[in-house]
Design a protein around this ligand. Structure first.
Ligand SMILES: C[S@@+](CC[C@H](N)C(=O)[O-])C[C@H]1O[C@@H](n2cnc3c(N)ncnc32)[C@H](O)[C@@H]1O
Length: 336
């Protein structure tokens, strides 16, 4: 690694905070219709003119705004990912990162104590936090394209019902229903999340609600009711510890029809837990905010094998843009 790369990594929080703040102030949305000079932009976001010019200049330096004759306009990347009106809006995730910045200030303390730095409540305690968290998941998955990519690569032709455990905003469920028109789905999740899911699906995919059941469910305490042909869990195992993950996968095994498909999507790490890089860094956030971390393929396949699954396979997603993989396994045909 050279000096420039190290320096950029070590001070990366400054760029992140500048982008988060520009987004939160509404700078990108204010430039959607036409370029503005610093005075007009400052008035539009109700901010100080000199300071607005400085943050707008910083966005020019980062390639998110253009500036000509003191008028700021959006670059192609900003128009695609930073406008609320865009189908690939990444702002939900960026605003969530802005909101959890305080959590990162506790990293030293968490490393010393090994204890979380915030309640491990999956943002269920305050409605505005739940909504920000669930919209962040939706925003990341839609902007990066995970859901459509995954739905295209799974063979669900012989599956009539799929359960999305901890399905959150339902972004993956909707993509699978689109790709597989015969399919019905159930999203199993905590009550506060389901309220947000209903809102998001109603806003964007009202027709899909006829094919989706939303069921209150706590995977730590409840058994999956009934039987399904496939079970999907995206970004779930990284929130829980080893014992709970092994137990959840045993429940999943019981809930599947014989021959049923278990699909896990997450950062799946190498045995040393150092690759992919995004997973190794994200594990620090998980340490501060959850009971989990990112797990290796060996760990996940051991839980699956102990639960009774066979044909356990790792399917890496192309990186970039993706940073996660799928682990797919099957319940043997003879097992009930
Ligand atoms: C990181 S989000 C992932 C959402 C979605 N699967 C995705 O990948 O976009 C974790 C999800 O698990 C849900 N969850 C967390 N703990 C849960 C529990 N004990 N029982 C059921 N759902 C839970 C959260 O409400 C949230 O929707």
């Amino acid at each position: 690694m050279d000096f420039a790369e190290l320096a950029a990594l070590a001070s990366g929080h400054a760029e992140a905070r500048a982008i988060q703040t520009a987004l939160k102030l509404g700078i990108f949305d204010m430039l959607e219709r036409s370029p503005l000079d610093d005075a007009a932009l400052a008035a539009a976001i109700s901010a100080n003119r000199r300071a607005t010019a400085l943050i707008a200049n910083a966005m020019v330096a980062l390639g998110l705004l253009d500036e000509r004759t003191n008028r700021y306009s959006l670059t192609e990347a900003a128009r695609r990912y930073l406008l609320r009106s865009s189908g690939e809006y990444l702002g939900g995730l960026i605003l969530f990162d802005e909101a959890i910045f305080q959590t990162w200030t506790n990293l030293e303390q968490t490393i010393r104590s090994g204890l979380p730095a915030r309640p491990t409540d999956m943002f269920q305690s305050r409605p505005e936090e739940t909504e920000r968290f669930i919209r962040a998941m939706d925003s990341l998955t839609r902007a990066r394209g995970d859901a459509a990519y995954v739905a295209d690569r799974l063979d669900l032709s012989n599956v009539s019902t799929i359960a999305d455990i901890g399905g959150g905003p339902g972004t993956y469920t909707v993509a699978m229903l689109r790709r597989w028109p015969h399919l019905r789905a159930t999203i199993y999740d905590l009550p506060a999340t389901l309220e947000v899911a209903r809102k998001i699906l109603g806003e964007r995919e009202p027709a899909s609600l006829a094919r989706i059941d939303l069921v209150r469910f706590d995977y730590l305490y409840d058994d999956v009711p009934g039987r399904c042909g496939a079970l999907f869990m995206s970004n779930i195992i990284h929130n829980e510890d080893e014992t709970d993950n092994a137990q959840v996968l045993r429940k999943c095994f019981r809930a599947l029809e014989p021959g049923g498909l278990m699909i896990i999507k997450d950062h799946i790490m190498n045995a040393a837990l150092t690759e992919p890089r995004a997973g190794a860094i994200f594990a620090l956030y998980l340490l501060m905010a959850t009971r989990g971390r990112d797990y290796s393929f060996d760990e996940v396949s051991r839980w699956l094998g102990e639960a009774g699954f066979v044909e356990i396979q790792l399917k890496a997603l192309p990186s970039p843009p993706f940073t996660s993989s799928m682990v797919i396994a099957r319940k043997p045909l003879g097992k009930i």
